[in-house]
Ligand binder design. Sequence first.
Ligand code: SAM
Length: 207
Amino acid sequence: MEELRIKREFFQIEIAKGEIINFGRLFGNGHPVHLEIGSGRGEFLIQKAEQNPQVNFFALELKEKRIKTILRKLDPQNHGNVKLSRVLVDASITEYIGENSLEMIYIIHPDPWPKRKHFKNRIIQKEFITHLKKILKPKGEIFISTDLKEYASWILKLFNERNDFKSYYENGYTHISPEGHFETHFEKKKKQEGYNPFYMRFIKMTD
Ligand SMILES: C[S@@+](CC[C@H](N)C(=O)[O-])C[C@H]1O[C@@H](n2cnc3c(N)ncnc32)[C@H](O)[C@@H]1O
């Protein structure tokens, strides 16, 4: 319990309403910031942070149970470039993350919401992409993966309809695990069920 409290103090921040996070102050340096939305059990976040000490990783996760799991895996000695917050990410993201402040956004296997009547719950929506665009730096990137073909098509259609992002992949996606990617809990589970992940990467082209 005491260990978890100490880790919370070191790694976890409360999002203050109406206050833009000062990443320089939060991490104590001016390194580029990468954001992960929906970190789950933190496999991707932690391995990515360990491999890239010159990058700051900020993770947003909705569920307290998942936050605790991530905190247990983190240690201040090795993960000084990680901070996280428990928050339901939505359009208000631009109220706490400043414009042009991120180099990279990762959304690894977002909840798929496969039923038509639940499509509205999907995090990737036209307006949400516009919000993500605001907080990305020019030439910043959004990396998204999903195992659900129908969700991949939904995502590709939304990005194809706009001219402010360019797909890194010619067909819009690849099934080959990209260099520097780390398999997550959800990804492993879905692969065991026979699904082949779609990896997508979009580059911000205009302001
Ligand atoms: C399908 S799981 C994938 C988790 C992890 N990325 C992985 O691949 O194993 C989706 C995760 O996103 C989180 N999540 C869903 N909606 C969210 C939201 N609006 N804001 C923050 N986290 C969210 C869930 O709590 C869950 O941990």
